[in-house]
Design a binder for this molecule. Structure first.
Ligand code: NI
Length: 259
């Protein structure tokens, strides 16, 4: 099993990181993609600790749309910060999470667009896949990925909660779709229906921890070990064994985030 998106370098895990990683390994989680906020020195330091405790983890580095406003005066600087940090991080395997968030609108939309575009260009330049965060911004996200991606961009729509149209548009771009713990919520029937459209060779699993713990841990801090619940739910939906689903999604992960 793989946790293709977690924030293990977040403060929330600072005091018991060792136990969190032990539990993940005991639960059979092979590896994880750890998301780092570009330019955040505290997270970068914590990332080194994560890697010491869990050799083989990989990192994604990017400016989240919530933080895009920090680069309002010079969106190109977001790109250079990402470029430099990727170069300095031997285990960096993706640019992310990047994208658009019109739900919170913490950054003005034109700034979000410019910072997102600049980072997609860096991903192409470095030949790295992108990890996409999109909320209530489906059309603009797909437009930017299409315009800047040039048909060669690889990536994943992370923590997918979108419409069937968004899933289809992402799949048409060749992207993967990653499902998180929301899939296990009783009220998520519609999401489960949409998730069924995703071909088995495009599925990824994630926790997005510390956020969004799956049933039966809802309301608690989420952690990589709990990705097992997402794998089980997907396996039930596809009427296959959890170990087969784990194998399929792990192989997808290795294809996208090359070792
Ligand atoms: Ni995230």
């Amino acid at each position: 099993m793989i946790d293709s998106h977690c924030h293990l370098a977040d403060d929330t895990f600072a005091c018991d990181l060792e136990q969190v990683i032990d539990r993940a390994r005991q639960a059979g989680i092979e590896t994880a993609l750890v998301i780092l906020e570009a330019g955040n020195a505290t997270e970068a330091a914590q990332a080194q600790r994560v890697e010491q405790l869990w050799p083989g983890v990989r990192f994604a580095i990017g400016v989240h749309p919530h933080q895009a406003h920090q680069y309002a005066a010079d969106p190109a600087r977001a790109a250079s910060v990402v470029r430099e940090q990727c170069a300095a991080t031997a285990s960096a395997r993706a640019v992310g999470e990047i994208g658009l968030d019109y739900h919170y609108d913490y950054s003005p939309r034109d700034v979000q667009h410019a910072v997102f575009r600049a980072q997609v260009r860096v991903a192409r330049e470095l030949d790295l896949p992108v990890v996409i965060h999109t909320r209530e911004a489906d059309e603009d996200t797909i437009t930017i990925l299409t315009e800047e991606g040039g048909g060669s961009l690889r990536g994943v729509l992370h923590c997918f909660t979108g419409t069937p149209a968004l899933a289809d548009a992402g799949l048409a771009l060749g992207f993967y779709v990653s499902l998180a713990g929301i899939l296990t919520f009783p009220k998520a029937a519609e999401l489960r229906e949409t998730a069924r459209r995703v071909p088995l060779d495009r599925l990824l699993t994630e926790t997005d921890s510390p956020f969004l713990a799956p049933v039966p841990y809802r309301g608690k801090r989420n952690e990589p070990a709990y990705v097992a619940r997402v794998v089980e739910t997907l396996a039930e939906m596809h009427q296959m064994s959890a170990s087969d689903m784990a194998e399929r999604t792990a192989s997808n992960f290795h294809t996208l985030f090359r070792p």
